[in-house]
Ligand binder design. Structure first.
Ligand SMILES: Cc1cc2nc3c(=O)[nH]c(=O)nc-3n(C[C@H](O)[C@H](O)[C@H](O)COP(=O)(O)OP(=O)(O)OC[C@H]3O[C@@H](n4cnc5c(N)ncnc54)[C@H](O)[C@@H]3O)c2cc1C
Length: 410
């Protein structure tokens, strides 16, 4: 009698856990092994820079499943277990304890890690990063003492952490080499709107400067000041580094998979090895709608690409090409963004609604068609924006910017 196959998932976070859930909900009766380096059961990261960091949400909100779910669905969740190598020839994952786990199919969902600061003094006490729930708890404890915070990087994580630090009563200076906040993510005008929001809450910015050294007592004592490329020395008790994330490609490289800004995958999330899949922050996959490969570091992508990869593993015909979706909350501003308005992918930005009052929708257009949109303090429109993007049709700018016309009719 043939034995049931074993599907192994490396990376027990949102993407991996949702993949395991889909294998079961689609009727897979074989063995599902979910390996994760962290000791917490799979959890979602957005609250770590928002409600949980602010102390407004309980830890229970972060988890993907109830603790009992894994046993109930016969998912062999192995926490605190790092996979150290994958041998495609013997279809084996080797763990840090030397255990060998044989797979019939493998999903890599190892995510990404914070990019580290590589300057003198970067190892000093008080220099903090944010990726894990432990990082979030360390930051919350540090902010509780008040004090002076320097945030390195005015991207999404840097700005959300800055908002949390301000709400906790810390003084915050943000150092960012670009001309304004979120410059590459949103462009100059909208980036400046976020910078203004933070200025109104008392945040200082040093745009056009990078950090060059972290100084303090002795060679390894606590951080005391941040030296920037302009020569300024900004006093700091805490330095939070938010300079982007790097995909965790080590296993894939070792396994000889094609790797280029993440693990290269087709639109079915299959890597260059046909029984190994990649999803979530790790995967740089073909995106037929956008006509290029994309690697998306967003919650919704982890939520949806894990299940898509699972269906692929089960032999279903999968094309994974959703409109990328992202959200952020800072102070009383909430936003959702659809599409990827990266520099060079659009030629026009149009607005509908009240920009000074920060209740509006921004649209990025290329050749007269909407390629991305962001709703700021305006709700229940993201699906319509995504449909506009997916349609690829040229729109009438007057109708697009008229709040009286439903987005479904522009
Ligand atoms: C603080 C924070 C706030 C965020 N807020 C938002 C937001 O507001 N909106 C939004 O859209 N997105 C947000 N994101 C991004 C979103 O959380 C990520 O896109 C998502 O976590 C990616 O999920 P993933 O499962 O692919 O990878 P990850 O969450 O990175 O998980 C990968 C897991 O794999 C484990 N792992 C890695 N290597 C191994 C190995 N060799 N063996 C075993 N396990 C391994 C890691 O320890 C980790 O647990 C935020 C991210 C952070 C860090």
């Amino acid at each position: 009698m043939p034995t049931e196959p074993t599907y192994v998932i490396v990376g027990a976070s949102l993407c991996g856990a949702k993949a395991a859930e889909t294998l079961r909900s689609e009727g897979f009766g074989g063995t599902v092994i979910l390996l994760g380096s962290e000791t917490e059961r799979p959890y979602e990261r957005p609250p770590l820079s928002k409600g949980y960091l602010l102390g407004k949400e309980d830890k229970s909100v972060i988890y993907v499943h109830e603790e009992a779910w894994y046993a109930e669905y016969d998912v062999d969740l192995r926490l605190g277990v790092t996979a150290t190598s994958v041998d495609p020839a013997s279809r084996t994952v080797v763990t840090v304890d030397g255990e060998r786990v044989v797979y019939d199919q493998l999903l890599l969902a190892t995510g990404a890690s914070p990019r580290r600061l590589n300057i003198p003094g970067a190892g000093r006490e008080g220099v903090l990063y944010l990726r894990t729930v432990g990082d979030s708890e360390r930051l919350a404890a540090a902010f509780r003492g008040g004090g002076r915070v320097v945030t390195v990087g005015a991207g999404w994580i840097g700005l959300e952490v800055t908002a949390a630090a301000r709400e906790a009563g810390c003084e915050v200076t943000v150092v960012e080499p670009e001309p304004t906040a979120l410059y590459r993510a949103l462009g100059p005008e909208l980036g400046e709107m976020f910078a203004d929001l933070h200025r109104e809450h008392g945040v200082q910015f040093r745009f056009g400067e990078s950090v060059s050294e972290l100084r303090g007592p002795g060679v390894a004592g606590p951080v005391g000041e941040v030296v920037t490329s302009s020569g300024a020395a900004v006093p700091a008790d805490i330095v939070v580094v938010g300079i982007g994330a790097v995909p965790n490609t080590g296993l894939a490289v070792g396994a000889g998979l094609e790797v280029a800004n993440g693990v290269v995958a087709d639109a079915a999330l299959r890597t260059s090895n046909p029984i190994i899949y990649a999803a979530g922050d790790l995967a740089n996959s073909d995106h037929p709608l956008l006509g290029r490969r994309v690697r998306v570091e967003h919650w919704a992508n982890a939520l949806n690409s894990g299940p898509a990869a699972a269906r692929s593993m089960l032999g279903q015909d999968v094309t994974y090409d959703p409109v990328p979706y992202f959200f952020s909350d800072q102070y009383d501003l909430g936003m959702e963004a659809a599409g990827l308005p990266e520099p060079g992918t659009y030629d026009q930005v149009l607005y509908r609604g009240d920009r000074p009052g920060r209740e509006f929708i921004a649209f990025w257009l290329a050749g007269g068609a909407v390629v991305a949109g962001m709703n700021v303090n305006v709700w229940d429109v993201s699906d319509d924006i995504q449909a506009l993007i997916r349609s690829g049709k040229k729109v009438d700018p007057a109708r697009l910017t008229d709040p009286g016309i439903p987005l479904t009719e522009v």
